[in-house]
Ligand binder design. Structure first.
Ligand SMILES: NC(=O)c1ccc[n+]([C@@H]2O[C@H](COP(=O)([O-])OP(=O)(O)OC[C@H]3O[C@@H](n4cnc5c(N)ncnc54)[C@H](OP(=O)(O)O)[C@@H]3O)[C@@H](O)[C@H]2O)c1
Length: 377
């Protein structure tokens, strides 16, 4: 038997998660030599993603949302990349295949051929039911496939195409621009000929936003009368109005942004400012009427593809386009991406807390956990 360390969901947090929200369990074992049949296979996990939406899954099971709650005392689940190290003769995968999809956060995963997925998970995972083989002809680090070439990159790519209705010369505002969604959104907006204003929470992050092509970048943590140069209102007044608002942060800053939206503006996004608690009550929603604004909810899972989804007529129109274009652009440097690596599942509690707070000790960018070496087979 081999140790199969896991990251367990240990406690439902009240407000901000704490180290006790998680438990690193080294007592779990797996028989890597076991007989496999009925299409089963064993995947060795290489890297897993830590994403803000996972905070929403740390809730009591009876509270419903678009994503299923984590099960207490079971491994967290999320996007990961692994390599198939054993496969039954009738498995759809072969040894050496690298696969991407939703996985439990542990070192090895035994996947039965007929993967059982409950109805709620199906709604959330949609197309992600089952793992996608990634050929990686581009030679990207595997972590890229859970970041810029994975779920967050797809979020930016698909929501931009589906909702932004971007026109050359317009102005986009992208908050939390140094995160994986923000990074991609900035570059897509620039590629479409928009002027980009972006914000992030430190001067280093702001410098990176400029490297990505943002025309105007400011430190959102310096918004006070004593830091007039980074006052968002002044920046929007000078460089706006905003036609496309990529609302990553939301909350009180959203209220400010609404004042500076252009007529017929479009809004896309997340609401990370409320993930640990109550949402700020935005007071100027009448701006939607006055300026004929359009904001549309978007969940990336609705747009990812698989045969199952296509059969259900769910919209999968962007996926082939994404995989055909984005990994190559990342590999050639036509699109930049920055990652923030933490080593080993035991580092995940610290990494998750730092990611949510925007205070990653290992740099910034897409936060992920390297579970095993990239070249492991
Ligand atoms: N709908 C979908 O399908 C979908 C999919 C993926 C992501 N999303 C959403 O898109 C957004 C960005 O995702 P991401 O993966 O790229 O995450 P991310 O930017 O890495 O998110 C973490 C960052 O958000 C900022 N932040 C956290 N709390 C904040 C607060 N209270 N006020 C202001 N900023 C705060 C921090 O950056 P700073 O230090 O720069 O402030 C932090 O580093 C999130 O809201 C996420 O939930 C939606």
């Amino acid at each position: 038997m081999t140790t199969n360390a896991q990251l367990l969901f240990n406690q439902i947090p009240k407000g901000e998660p704490t180290p006790e929200t998680f438990k690193y369990n080294t007592e779990n074992k797996i028989d890597l030599e076991q007989k496999l049949d009925n299409g089963a296979h064993i995947v060795k996990i290489i890297c897993v993603s830590l994403d803000p939406y996972m905070r929403g899954r740390m809730r009591p099971a009876e509270v419903k949302s678009y994503s299923p709650a984590f099960e207490l005392h079971k491994p967290l689940t999320g996007h990961g990349v692994g390599v198939v190290i054993r496969a039954a003769a009738d498995s759809q995968y072969k040894v050496g295949d690298h696969v991407y999809g939703m996985v439990p956060y542990q070192q090895f995963v035994l996947i039965p051929g007929q993967q059982k997925v409950d109805e709620e998970s199906k709604k959330f995972l949609g197309p992600q039911v089952g793992l996608r083989v990634i050929k990686n002809e581009e030679g990207l680090p595997w972590s890229a496939y859970i970041g810029a070439a994975g779920m967050p990159g797809k979020t930016a790519f698909m929501a931009w195409k589906e909702i932004a209705d971007a026109k050359k010369g317009e102005v986009a505002f992208i908050s939390a621009g140094s995160g994986p969604v923000g990074q991609m959104a900035i570059q897509l907006a620039k590629a479409d000929g928009l002027k980009v204003i972006s914000s992030a929470g430190s001067d280093e992050k702001v410098a990176f936003l400029k490297e990505l092509g943002a025309d105007v970048a400011f430190n959102c943590k310096l918004q006070s009368t004593s830091h007039k140069t980074d006052d968002a209102k002044k920046i929007f007044a000078e460089h706006g109005p905003i036609d496309v608002n990529w609302v990553n942060v939301g909350g009180k800053s959203f209220e400010e942004e609404l004042e500076f939206m252009n007529m017929h503006g479009r809004l896309i996004g997340g609401w990370i400012s409320a993930y640990n608690g109550e949402s700020y009550g935005v007071r100027n929603l009448f701006q939607f009427v006055a300026k004929r604004l359009m904001m549309r909810g978007f969940i990336v899972g609705d747009f990812e593809a698989s045969l199952a989804v296509l059969q259900q007529n769910i919209n999968a129109k962007y996926v082939d386009d994404f995989y055909a274009t984005i990994p190559k652009k990342l590999a050639f440097g036509d699109l930049k991406f920055k990652e923030c690596k933490y080593d080993g599942l035991e580092s995940a509690p610290k990494a998750f807390l730092e990611m949510l707070a925007g205070k990653q000790s290992g740099g910034f960018g897409k936060v992920f956990i390297q579970v095993a070496a990239d070249d492991s087979h």
